[in-house]
Design a protein around this ligand. Structure first.
Ligand code: ZN
Length: 292
């Protein structure tokens, strides 16, 4: 059982004798016993009416701080990269993981290893991935959190970091529309969300560019790509996508967004469909680049 009470506020005389009718701030008593929280207010009516608002504000702030710190004591937020408890002021990732994430720097290099994946396959304006994908490392844990453990906030957070990087590059400064790589409707229904939508949301918050959700559709439910060879991956996705209302993005610079780029088959299939629209430019960004 945890019990606590506020110290009285006001002058010492005010609670020595109440006969002088000085306003006495009441004493709320907070008692947590098991799952029950009992909160009692005393002498609330003794306050002048104008003080009620400030009193309630102060009281609610205190309750929120108390409940947050108590919740944090028993259920601390954990770093999405290393699973260690986050310190005060840290959000999603601990400082150590933030500094140790393996940034590629590809966004500052036009002819980078991700752009080279697509050379001779599809004419992209620019292509990059923000981090190297390493197995059993923080970046893999982060992707698993938002892909398989419903941590949507992790995906939006990483999207913001992607946006911060893209803003440093002139290759992406004229992007008009951000487009997530779609999941098939059935897979999306099962997962409850599309992780690429959430990465796009984070990028859009930083770059101030609209996201075109649901404009690109996956019409064939493709099998997972992870155990397929490069030709098998291409066969798996080459006719899987269609564009709804292509006139809406005619003449625009489009930025395709995916979580991981490996052989690039999915991104290539999407880019090919989009490049059939008159006067579009297509660029792409993945959160991480994995080896084949
Ligand atoms: Zn960490």
């Amino acid at each position: 059982m945890i019990a606590g009470s506020w110290p009285r506020l006001g002058t010492s005389a005010s609670f020595v004798s109440r006969s002088i009718r000085q306003p006495v701030l009441p004493v709320p008593k907070i008692t947590i016993s098991g799952m029950a929280l009992t909160f009692s207010l005393l002498s609330f009516s003794n306050l002048p009416f104008s003080a009620h608002f400030f009193y309630l504000y102060f009281m609610l702030s205190f309750l929120k701080r108390s409940s947050d710190s108590l919740l944090n004591l028993f259920f601390p937020d954990l770093c999405a990269g290393c699973n260690e408890p986050l310190s005060r002021g840290e959000e999603i990732l601990c400082i150590r993981c933030i500094f140790e994430l393996p940034e590629t720097g590809f966004h500052l290099l036009k002819d980078n290893p991700v752009a080279q994946i697509f050379t001779g396959r599809v004419p992209l304006s620019a292509a990059t991935a923000c981090y190297y994908f390493h197995k059993n490392a923080a970046i893999q844990h982060i992707i698993h959190r938002f892909k398989y453990h419903h941590r949507k906030d992790v995906a939006v957070y990483m999207g913001r970091k992607m946006g911060d990087m893209l803003r440093q590059s002139t290759d992406f400064s004229d992007v008009d529309t951000i487009i997530p790589i779609p999941l098939h409707a059935i897979k999306r229904q099962l997962r409850g969300y599309n992780q690429s939508d959430l990465l796009c949301k984070g990028i859009a918050e930083v770059m101030h560019v609209p996201v075109w959700y649901d404009g690109l559709r996956r019409v064939i439910p493709t099998e997972t790509q992870t155990k397929k060879s490069r030709p098998e991956r291409w066969q798996n996705v080459k006719d899987a996508f269609e564009v709804l209302h292509p006139e809406m993005i005619s003449g625009k610079h489009l930025l395709l967004v995916d979580d991981v780029v490996t052989t690039g088959a999915t991104l290539e299939a999407c880019a090919n469909v989009l490049l059939q629209i008159p006067r579009v430019k297509v660029s792409l960004v993945a959160l991480a680049k994995a080896d084949h």
